[in-house]
Design a protein around this ligand. Structure first.
Ligand code: ZN
Ligand code: ZN
Length: 113
């Protein structure tokens, strides 16, 4: 099979998407979601949160349950129901401990009354 310019472009887009959705070193979960959801749409699942967990904190197996319990049933809901930014500008991430799913100092947990 010949490689046409179209499939080459598709490959570039795909690898670009992979790069864009890769968690950065020390980037915290809400900063990661905030960054990636600007370029990728939430698909109604915790796809990105799982990707983050698998890459950064594979031992944080309770993450999904924790997110669900706080009202984060998909990636964008984590940024609405679980963590809220303290200011409008959440860049750059202040960083989090390796292997941790805690947010950096730019975020606070959403209070559920
Ligand atoms: Zn969503
Ligand atoms: Zn952060």
């Amino acid at each position: 099979m010949n490689t046409t310019p179209a499939t080459e472009a598709e490959q570039i887009v795909r690898s670009l998407a992979r790069t864009l959705t890769a968690p950065q070193p020390t980037e915290c979960l809400p900063c990661y979601l905030d960054r990636v959801l600007r370029v990728a749409r939430c698909d109604g699942t915790l796809r990105l949160a799982k990707r983050y967990r698998d890459t950064v904190a594979p031992r944080a197996t309770a993450l999904e349950r924790r997110m669900h319990q706080s009202g984060g049933c998909c990636d964008c809901e984590i940024l609405m129901n679980v963590y809220e930014s303290k200011s409008d500008d959440v860049h750059p991430c202040q960083g989090t401990r390796k292997g941790s799913t805690s947010p950096c100092g730019l975020w606070r947990p959403v209070r559920h009354w």
